[in-house]
Design a protein around this ligand. Structure first.
Ligand SMILES: NC(=O)c1ccc[n+]([C@@H]2O[C@H](COP(=O)([O-])OP(=O)(O)OC[C@H]3O[C@@H](n4cnc5c(N)ncnc54)[C@H](O)[C@@H]3O)[C@@H](O)[C@H]2O)c1
Length: 314
């Protein structure tokens, strides 16, 4: 397989590339990344020795460059991680989200179609489904109801992907995962930000009372799921990928504090995010029954591994 991974210098993309390089040493991988603030080639240090791995800096909206790269490396498969990903930033600067997550995704789809790639795996999020109350969970069949500019831009990308599947028969499929955590994440989202602050003896900002609920998925469990979907998922389908690990933000904060031996006095309650979705939860029966995947990492151990990774950086 000759694989184009977009956004491969970011959090999930870099973990995915490391997973693929280890498991499939014969694959060619081109990591195509714009290197925004969230991308970091150090996430992949050591891979430059691998003769099958290539890094190219570029924007997925740059069709000319994307076409050239696909041709040069005879790329047959695309996994599109490239995106603007932080909800808070989408509230203050939505334009960048529309540009990459909608316009960029569309440009990439056109290139994929022209190059007749064998598979286009688009990486999406549970946030496209909207918010839940205290009960229930989203199946893949729920109509999309995004509520933040980030979620809306991802939903638009998802609709474009399936429009290319239905209209032009592009062999595409989509995954929607819950909140990932683990090594190699830029420290602005809850878990890495809290770890970074606490390692520097600083307080951690918790929205409102910390009662919002998210499902947490260890990034390497996600990479195994993505590997399965890329190789064996049914075209034209969506696969939810969840960690079966729902926690309030306060519970997550308390676990990180405990891991680092700090008290609750390090929590600083701050004004809530505008339109803050209360809860996300995914029904993952489809990927479990069709592809035999299940999350493996217990949350406490995953937090320990993540803290250890950030410790060696500081
Ligand atoms: N992190 C999560 O918890 C989570 C959960 C569900 C879905 N997702 C989705 O997974 C994907 C990856 O998320 P992440 O957390 O690794 O993101 P990230 O913010 O860590 O990394 C995004 C990467 O994309 C690159 N990029 C941004 N714009 C680009 C462009 N125009 N062209 C090429 N590269 C560009 C950045 O430089 C960066 O390396 C995203 O599509 C995101 O929506 C993330």
């Amino acid at each position: 397989m000759n694989l184009l991974v977009t956004g491969g210098a970011g959090f999930i993309g870099s973990n995915f590339i490391l997973h693929v390089l280890k498991k499939y040493p014969k694959y060619t991988i081109v990591n195509f990344d714009k290197l925004t603030y969230a991308g970091n080639t150090k996430n992949l240090s050591g891979t430059d020795k691998n003769l099958n791995y290539f890094f190219i800096q570029g924007d997925i909206a740059d069709a000319k460059l994307v076409k050239k790269i696909i041709q040069k490396y005879s790329l047959t498969h695309i996994v599109n991680f490239a995106a603007e990903t932080h909800v808070d930033r989408s509230i203050t600067d939505p334009d960048a989200f529309i540009q990459t997550n909608v316009v960029g995704t569309h440009s990439l789809l056109k290139c994929a179609l022209e190059a007749r790639v064998k598979r286009f795996l688009h990486i999406s999020t549970d946030e496209v489904y909207g918010a839940l109350g205290k009960t229930g969970s989203f199946t893949e069949k729920i109509p999309l109801s995004p509520r933040s500019p980030y979620a809306a831009s991802k939903a638009a990308g998802d609709h474009l992907v399936f429009s290319y599947f239905h209209t032009y028969k592009l062999p595409a499929l989509i995954t929607r995962s819950s909140n990932n955590y683990g090594p190699r994440q830029y420290p602005e989202k809850l878990i890495p930000l809290f770890i970074k602050n606490l390692l520097a003896n600083k307080k951690v900002p918790l929205y409102a009372t910390g009662g919002n609920i998210r499902d947490w998925l260890y990034v390497l469990d996600n990479c195994e799921a993505l590997d399965l979907v890329l190789h064996t998922g049914r075209l034209g389908e969506v696969y939810n990928i969840g960690g079966e690990c729902e926690k309030t933000n306060k519970e997550v904060a308390m676990m990180i504090l405990a891991e680092l031996g700090k008290s609750a006095s390090f929590i600083q309650y701050v004004a809530d995010r505008p339109g803050h979705d209360f809860r996300y939860s995914l029904n993952t029966k489809k990927i479990q029954s069709e592809l035999g995947w299940k999350p493996k990492m217990p949350f406490k151990r995953g937090i320990h591994e993540t803290v250890e990774w950030y410790k060696q950086l500081s």
